[in-house]
Design a protein around this ligand. Sequence first.
Ligand SMILES: *Cc1c(COP(=O)(O)O)cnc(C)c1O
Length: 382
Amino acid sequence: MSWAIPLTDVVVSEEDVEAVLDCLRSGWLTSGPRTQAFEAALSDHLGGGHAVAVSSGTAALHLACRAIGLGPGDEAIVPAVTFVATAHAVRYCGAEPILCDVVGDGDLNLDVEDVARRIGPRTRAVLAVHFCGYAAEVEALRTLCDERGIALIEDAAQAIDARTTSGRPAGTVGHVGCFSFFSKKQLCVGEGGLVLSADEELAARCRSLRSHAMTSGTWDRHRGYADTYDIVDIGFNYRIDEGRAALGISRLARLEADIEARRDRVRDYRRRLASVDGVALCWSEEEVERSSHFAFPVLLPDRRARDRFREALAEHGIQTTVYEALTRFSEFAAAAPPGEVTRAEEMADRHVALPLWAQMTGGQLDQVVRAVLDAAPAATSG
Ligand SMILES: *Cc1c(COP(=O)(O)O)cnc(C)c1O
């Protein structure tokens, strides 16, 4: 299937290609100076903090969970609307994800009051997801977590450069923030991720666990800084390689402009879809200004209408996507009994994400809008 308008697109610049070629020509391919430079650039970009670049956003979440000490017998609260990696990371540690509800009514982020209700004696952490690039209420969650003596891990995989209500970058309010550089994400290198923490000790634990908990790395030994090592924990190979780090450094320079372009597209979409019957917008205008726009979801009246709407758009050659509530997956059905996270299920059932990327043209957006106008009546006619 070749779409007239894909869900998203990746544009690689000549500078990006040169950066990777430079790296290949250098002959050093595993974690080394470019990874260190990528970490320094990301730390700078995100307002400080200790940055540990890793092989994926999932690896970042796993390391964050391990670093805060999550283990068997523990529970961690995870929103029922997210990509499955958030819950998988908890499971990797032998802990139980406890699904919580979202705010609802066009806000697909986790609900602080519902999180508070679910904190029990075994709760060790809350994993807050900034869904579609819109910041969750992490200031309130941080206060709650500090009061209860538990950790706040931010899953900012979809939200690099989003701003929270207090104007801070998403991923810097909790004890640790996790980012993804997967192909569809705003800052993409193919596969990659980042753990960010103001806590030096937490970051050091992630850095160690990233590479088998070895006390020295290949790059250190290459430079003669060490000639032996000890293993001090059960670590992983979650290193990022130099080609991806080089690509990340190159692309980071354009991130702000790309996000501003995404926001412009979203403003356009919202202006033109504001009064379409049967299609509702998510979040508020104020939240749009703070979002970093990973995706542009709209709401249909119900799941059936949503599915028909998607089919109608597909007939126009327009690709869309949806996130199922985790309760819909066999593996996670037991994580919340039926009727426990009704707003999450309702929002997941009703939403659909329309095409969005930084270089999307006005003409392409127009094509999507016209298809939506055409498909919308089909969604509401019984
Ligand atoms: C993409 C994503 C992840 C995982 O990131 P990968 O780099 O693909 O491993 C985790 N959480 C959320 C919410 C995501 O969207």
